[in-house]
Design a protein around this ligand. Structure first.
Ligand code: 13P
Ligand code: SF4
Length: 320
Protein backbone atom coordinates (compact mmCIF):
# COMPACT_ATOMS: atom_id res chain seq x y z
CA UNK A 1 0.00 0.00 0.00
CA UNK A 2 1.18 3.49 -0.83
CA UNK A 3 2.08 5.81 2.07
CA UNK A 4 0.05 9.01 2.52
CA UNK A 5 3.12 11.05 1.66
CA UNK A 6 3.68 9.13 -1.60
CA UNK A 7 0.03 9.52 -2.54
CA UNK A 8 0.17 13.26 -1.89
CA UNK A 9 3.25 13.59 -4.10
CA UNK A 10 1.56 11.65 -6.89
CA UNK A 11 -1.65 13.69 -6.70
CA UNK A 12 0.34 16.90 -6.66
CA UNK A 13 2.04 15.87 -9.88
CA UNK A 14 -1.24 14.80 -11.48
CA UNK A 15 -2.89 18.21 -10.87
CA UNK A 16 0.26 20.32 -11.17
CA UNK A 17 -0.54 21.44 -7.65
CA UNK A 18 1.66 23.13 -5.10
CA UNK A 19 1.41 22.89 -1.29
CA UNK A 20 2.00 25.98 0.84
CA UNK A 21 2.15 25.49 4.61
CA UNK A 22 2.18 27.95 7.49
CA UNK A 23 4.75 27.59 10.27
CA UNK A 24 1.97 26.66 12.71
CA UNK A 25 1.16 23.40 10.93
CA UNK A 26 2.35 20.05 12.26
CA UNK A 27 5.92 19.11 11.34
CA UNK A 28 4.80 16.32 9.00
CA UNK A 29 2.73 18.81 6.99
CA UNK A 30 5.57 21.33 6.85
CA UNK A 31 7.85 18.56 5.60
CA UNK A 32 5.55 17.54 2.74
CA UNK A 33 4.94 21.16 1.66
CA UNK A 34 6.73 22.78 -1.28
CA UNK A 35 6.96 26.07 0.61
CA UNK A 36 6.69 26.88 4.32
CA UNK A 37 6.44 30.41 5.63
CA UNK A 38 4.65 33.24 7.36
CA UNK A 39 1.38 34.69 6.15
CA UNK A 40 2.96 37.40 3.98
CA UNK A 41 5.29 34.97 2.24
CA UNK A 42 2.45 32.54 1.53
CA UNK A 43 0.24 35.29 0.09
CA UNK A 44 3.08 36.58 -2.11
CA UNK A 45 3.87 33.07 -3.34
CA UNK A 46 0.23 32.34 -4.07
CA UNK A 47 0.19 35.30 -6.43
CA UNK A 48 3.52 34.51 -8.12
CA UNK A 49 3.32 30.75 -8.63
CA UNK A 50 1.87 29.59 -11.93
CA UNK A 51 0.45 26.25 -10.72
CA UNK A 52 -3.31 26.08 -11.43
CA UNK A 53 -3.97 24.40 -8.07
CA UNK A 54 -2.72 25.72 -4.73
CA UNK A 55 -3.33 23.79 -1.55
CA UNK A 56 -2.96 26.06 1.45
CA UNK A 57 -2.19 24.13 4.63
CA UNK A 58 -3.15 26.88 7.01
CA UNK A 59 -6.39 28.63 7.94
CA UNK A 60 -9.17 29.86 5.69
CA UNK A 61 -8.27 33.57 5.70
CA UNK A 62 -4.87 32.61 4.25
CA UNK A 63 -6.57 30.68 1.46
CA UNK A 64 -8.87 33.64 0.87
CA UNK A 65 -5.91 36.00 0.46
CA UNK A 66 -4.47 33.70 -2.21
CA UNK A 67 -7.84 33.42 -3.95
CA UNK A 68 -8.41 37.20 -3.91
CA UNK A 69 -4.99 37.77 -5.46
CA UNK A 70 -5.32 34.87 -7.95
CA UNK A 71 -9.02 34.50 -8.75
CA UNK A 72 -8.42 32.07 -11.63
CA UNK A 73 -6.56 29.50 -9.56
CA UNK A 74 -8.15 26.64 -7.66
CA UNK A 75 -7.33 27.27 -4.01
CA UNK A 76 -7.86 24.41 -1.57
CA UNK A 77 -7.87 24.53 2.22
CA UNK A 78 -8.18 20.92 3.46
CA UNK A 79 -10.69 21.81 6.20
CA UNK A 80 -12.89 24.87 5.74
CA UNK A 81 -13.66 24.84 9.46
CA UNK A 82 -10.09 26.06 10.03
CA UNK A 83 -11.06 29.58 11.02
CA UNK A 84 -9.45 32.14 13.32
CA UNK A 85 -10.67 33.87 16.48
CA UNK A 86 -9.87 37.24 14.90
CA UNK A 87 -12.16 36.47 11.97
CA UNK A 88 -14.89 35.13 14.27
CA UNK A 89 -14.90 38.28 16.40
CA UNK A 90 -15.06 40.74 13.51
CA UNK A 91 -18.32 40.00 11.69
CA UNK A 92 -18.93 42.10 8.57
CA UNK A 93 -22.05 44.02 9.67
CA UNK A 94 -20.54 45.13 12.98
CA UNK A 95 -17.22 45.97 11.38
CA UNK A 96 -19.02 48.06 8.76
CA UNK A 97 -20.88 49.95 11.48
CA UNK A 98 -17.58 50.64 13.26
CA UNK A 99 -15.88 51.65 10.01
CA UNK A 100 -18.67 54.14 9.26
CA UNK A 101 -18.00 55.93 12.54
CA UNK A 102 -14.60 57.05 11.23
CA UNK A 103 -15.15 57.80 7.52
CA UNK A 104 -12.11 60.05 7.29
CA UNK A 105 -9.75 57.42 8.78
CA UNK A 106 -7.58 54.99 6.83
CA UNK A 107 -8.77 51.52 7.70
CA UNK A 108 -5.76 49.27 8.30
CA UNK A 109 -6.76 45.63 8.50
CA UNK A 110 -4.67 42.69 9.63
CA UNK A 111 -4.77 39.90 7.02
CA UNK A 112 -6.27 37.71 9.77
CA UNK A 113 -9.73 38.90 8.69
CA UNK A 114 -12.50 37.77 6.36
CA UNK A 115 -12.66 38.74 2.69
CA UNK A 116 -15.82 40.70 3.55
CA UNK A 117 -14.00 42.81 6.17
CA UNK A 118 -11.12 43.33 3.75
CA UNK A 119 -13.64 44.64 1.20
CA UNK A 120 -14.37 47.64 3.48
CA UNK A 121 -10.70 48.27 4.36
CA UNK A 122 -8.12 50.52 2.75
CA UNK A 123 -4.97 48.50 3.30
CA UNK A 124 -3.96 45.17 4.80
CA UNK A 125 -0.93 44.38 6.92
CA UNK A 126 0.70 41.22 8.17
CA UNK A 127 2.84 41.15 11.26
CA UNK A 128 5.97 41.19 9.09
CA UNK A 129 5.20 44.27 6.97
CA UNK A 130 2.90 46.30 9.27
CA UNK A 131 5.53 48.87 10.23
CA UNK A 132 6.39 49.59 6.61
CA UNK A 133 2.73 49.85 5.60
CA UNK A 134 1.78 52.18 8.45
CA UNK A 135 4.89 54.25 7.74
CA UNK A 136 3.50 54.87 4.23
CA UNK A 137 0.25 56.37 5.53
CA UNK A 138 0.32 60.19 5.57
CA UNK A 139 0.92 61.48 9.12
CA UNK A 140 -2.20 63.64 9.08
CA UNK A 141 -4.54 60.66 8.49
CA UNK A 142 -6.29 58.95 11.36
CA UNK A 143 -5.90 55.14 11.50
CA UNK A 144 -8.66 52.67 12.36
CA UNK A 145 -6.86 49.39 13.07
CA UNK A 146 -8.48 45.96 13.33
CA UNK A 147 -9.22 43.25 14.12
CA UNK A 148 -6.23 42.51 16.44
CA UNK A 149 -6.02 45.07 19.22
CA UNK A 150 -2.75 43.71 20.62
CA UNK A 151 -0.91 44.00 17.32
CA UNK A 152 -2.47 47.45 16.86
CA UNK A 153 -1.39 48.65 20.31
CA UNK A 154 2.12 47.35 19.77
CA UNK A 155 2.39 49.18 16.42
CA UNK A 156 0.84 52.36 17.75
CA UNK A 157 3.36 52.53 20.58
CA UNK A 158 6.35 51.56 18.45
CA UNK A 159 5.55 53.96 15.61
CA UNK A 160 4.15 56.68 17.85
CA UNK A 161 0.90 56.86 15.87
CA UNK A 162 -2.51 57.33 17.42
CA UNK A 163 -4.99 54.67 16.35
CA UNK A 164 -8.54 53.58 16.99
CA UNK A 165 -8.74 49.84 17.70
CA UNK A 166 -11.27 47.15 16.96
CA UNK A 167 -11.42 45.00 20.14
CA UNK A 168 -10.36 41.60 18.73
CA UNK A 169 -7.61 39.23 19.82
CA UNK A 170 -5.98 35.90 19.02
CA UNK A 171 -7.27 33.17 21.33
CA UNK A 172 -3.84 31.50 21.34
CA UNK A 173 -1.53 34.44 21.99
CA UNK A 174 -3.65 36.13 24.68
CA UNK A 175 -3.25 33.08 26.89
CA UNK A 176 0.47 33.48 27.46
CA UNK A 177 0.98 34.47 31.08
CA UNK A 178 3.10 37.56 31.81
CA UNK A 179 3.51 36.55 35.45
CA UNK A 180 4.78 33.07 34.61
CA UNK A 181 6.97 34.43 31.83
CA UNK A 182 8.59 36.80 34.30
CA UNK A 183 9.30 33.87 36.64
CA UNK A 184 10.67 31.77 33.78
CA UNK A 185 13.00 34.59 32.78
CA UNK A 186 14.35 34.72 36.33
CA UNK A 187 15.06 30.98 36.16
CA UNK A 188 16.77 31.31 32.76
CA UNK A 189 18.58 34.66 32.71
CA UNK A 190 20.65 33.50 29.71
CA UNK A 191 17.55 32.93 27.54
CA UNK A 192 16.30 35.32 24.87
CA UNK A 193 12.53 35.85 24.87
CA UNK A 194 10.87 35.84 21.45
CA UNK A 195 7.22 36.91 21.12
CA UNK A 196 4.64 37.35 18.40
CA UNK A 197 2.99 40.81 18.53
CA UNK A 198 -0.45 39.23 18.91
CA UNK A 199 0.59 38.60 22.54
CA UNK A 200 -0.65 40.95 25.25
CA UNK A 201 1.20 44.14 26.15
CA UNK A 202 2.02 42.59 29.54
CA UNK A 203 3.80 39.67 27.83
CA UNK A 204 5.51 41.85 25.21
CA UNK A 205 7.20 43.93 27.93
CA UNK A 206 9.40 40.88 28.71
CA UNK A 207 10.27 40.11 25.08
CA UNK A 208 13.73 40.74 23.63
CA UNK A 209 12.54 40.19 20.06
CA UNK A 210 8.99 40.89 18.86
CA UNK A 211 8.00 39.89 15.35
CA UNK A 212 6.20 37.73 12.84
CA UNK A 213 6.80 33.97 12.82
CA UNK A 214 9.52 34.40 10.16
CA UNK A 215 11.29 37.03 12.30
CA UNK A 216 11.28 34.81 15.40
CA UNK A 217 12.63 31.88 13.38
CA UNK A 218 15.34 34.11 11.88
CA UNK A 219 16.49 35.05 15.38
CA UNK A 220 16.98 31.40 16.34
CA UNK A 221 18.67 30.58 13.03
CA UNK A 222 21.07 33.53 13.04
CA UNK A 223 21.77 34.43 16.66
CA UNK A 224 24.54 31.97 17.44
CA UNK A 225 25.56 33.83 20.59
CA UNK A 226 22.38 32.55 22.26
CA UNK A 227 21.82 28.91 23.22
CA UNK A 228 18.42 29.21 24.90
CA UNK A 229 15.19 30.79 23.68
CA UNK A 230 11.81 31.24 25.36
CA UNK A 231 9.21 31.36 22.59
CA UNK A 232 5.81 33.05 22.93
CA UNK A 233 3.98 31.91 19.84
CA UNK A 234 2.19 28.84 18.49
CA UNK A 235 4.21 25.66 18.92
CA UNK A 236 4.28 24.70 15.20
CA UNK A 237 7.19 27.14 14.76
CA UNK A 238 9.38 24.85 16.90
CA UNK A 239 9.67 22.40 14.01
CA UNK A 240 11.76 24.71 11.82
CA UNK A 241 13.62 26.11 14.83
CA UNK A 242 14.68 22.60 15.89
CA UNK A 243 15.64 21.65 12.36
CA UNK A 244 17.85 24.72 12.00
CA UNK A 245 19.44 24.66 15.48
CA UNK A 246 19.06 21.20 17.05
CA UNK A 247 21.65 22.09 19.69
CA UNK A 248 19.76 25.02 21.29
CA UNK A 249 17.23 24.82 24.09
CA UNK A 250 13.76 26.00 23.12
CA UNK A 251 11.31 26.70 25.92
CA UNK A 252 7.62 27.28 25.27
CA UNK A 253 6.38 30.44 27.00
CA UNK A 254 3.92 29.41 29.73
CA UNK A 255 0.19 29.92 29.45
CA UNK A 256 -2.31 30.66 32.20
CA UNK A 257 -3.67 27.38 33.53
CA UNK A 258 -2.45 24.01 32.32
CA UNK A 259 -4.05 23.84 28.88
CA UNK A 260 -2.19 23.18 25.62
CA UNK A 261 -3.14 26.76 24.74
CA UNK A 262 -0.02 27.32 22.72
CA UNK A 263 -1.61 25.29 19.91
CA UNK A 264 -3.98 26.95 17.46
CA UNK A 265 -6.94 24.56 17.21
CA UNK A 266 -7.69 25.85 13.72
CA UNK A 267 -4.19 25.39 12.32
CA UNK A 268 -4.11 21.92 13.84
CA UNK A 269 -7.29 20.86 11.99
CA UNK A 270 -5.17 20.07 8.95
CA UNK A 271 -3.81 16.53 8.66
CA UNK A 272 -1.92 14.61 5.99
CA UNK A 273 -5.06 12.57 5.40
CA UNK A 274 -7.19 15.64 4.77
CA UNK A 275 -4.51 17.01 2.44
CA UNK A 276 -4.54 13.75 0.49
CA UNK A 277 -8.35 13.78 0.30
CA UNK A 278 -8.39 17.38 -0.82
CA UNK A 279 -5.92 16.69 -3.62
CA UNK A 280 -7.94 13.64 -4.67
CA UNK A 281 -11.24 15.49 -5.01
CA UNK A 282 -9.98 19.07 -5.51
CA UNK A 283 -12.34 20.00 -2.68
CA UNK A 284 -13.01 21.94 -0.52
CA UNK A 285 -12.34 25.00 -2.66
CA UNK A 286 -12.02 28.45 -1.17
CA UNK A 287 -14.98 30.45 -2.49
CA UNK A 288 -15.40 34.17 -2.05
CA UNK A 289 -18.84 35.76 -2.43
CA UNK A 290 -18.73 37.62 -5.78
CA UNK A 291 -19.64 40.95 -4.16
CA UNK A 292 -16.38 40.87 -2.12
CA UNK A 293 -14.08 39.59 -4.85
CA UNK A 294 -12.90 42.87 -6.37
CA UNK A 295 -13.25 45.09 -3.32
CA UNK A 296 -11.57 42.49 -1.10
CA UNK A 297 -8.52 42.57 -3.32
CA UNK A 298 -8.01 46.34 -3.10
CA UNK A 299 -6.39 46.47 0.39
CA UNK A 300 -4.23 43.43 -0.43
CA UNK A 301 -3.00 45.06 -3.65
CA UNK A 302 -2.18 48.24 -1.75
CA UNK A 303 -0.29 46.18 0.85
CA UNK A 304 1.71 44.35 -1.83
CA UNK A 305 2.52 47.65 -3.61
CA UNK A 306 3.89 49.27 -0.44
CA UNK A 307 5.75 46.09 0.50
CA UNK A 308 7.44 46.12 -2.92
CA UNK A 309 8.18 49.86 -2.79
CA UNK A 310 5.59 50.96 -5.39
CA UNK A 311 3.63 54.21 -4.86
CA UNK A 312 -0.02 54.12 -3.77
CA UNK A 313 -2.86 56.60 -3.42
CA UNK A 314 -5.30 56.79 -0.49
CA UNK A 315 -9.05 57.39 -0.60
CA UNK A 316 -10.14 60.71 0.95
CA UNK A 317 -13.02 59.15 2.90
CA UNK A 318 -15.05 55.99 3.34
CA UNK A 319 -18.35 56.25 1.53
CA UNK A 320 -20.05 52.84 1.83
P1 13P B 1 2.49 35.38 10.81
O1 13P B 1 2.03 36.40 9.84
O2 13P B 1 3.54 35.91 11.74
O3 13P B 1 2.91 34.14 10.11
O4 13P B 1 1.28 35.02 11.80
C1 13P B 1 0.08 34.48 11.38
C2 13P B 1 -0.79 34.16 12.50
O5 13P B 1 -1.88 33.67 12.34
C3 13P B 1 -0.34 34.46 13.86
O6 13P B 1 -1.25 33.98 14.78
FE1 SF4 C 1 -5.99 33.06 14.31
FE2 SF4 C 1 -4.54 33.03 16.51
FE3 SF4 C 1 -4.85 30.79 15.14
FE4 SF4 C 1 -3.30 32.77 14.17
S1 SF4 C 1 -2.93 31.55 15.99
S2 SF4 C 1 -4.84 31.60 13.04
S3 SF4 C 1 -4.45 34.57 14.90
S4 SF4 C 1 -6.49 31.95 16.19
Amino acid sequence: MMSLEAEILELKKKHNAVILAHYYEDGAIQDIADYVGDSLYLAQLGEKLTNPVILLAGVVFMGESVKLLSPDKTVLVPDLAAGCSLVDTSPYERYLEWRRKYPEAISVTYVNSSAAVKSISDVCVTSSNAEKIIGAIPQDRMIAFGPDRNLGRYLSKKLNRDMIFWPGSCMVHVLFSARKLFELKQQHPDALVLAHPESSEAVLQYANVIGATSRLLKEVVENHAVKKFIVATEDGIFHQMRKARPEVELIQAPAEGSCACNQCPYMKMNTLEKIRNSLRTLEPKVQIPPEFMESGRVPLDRMMAITEGRPVTWPERFTK
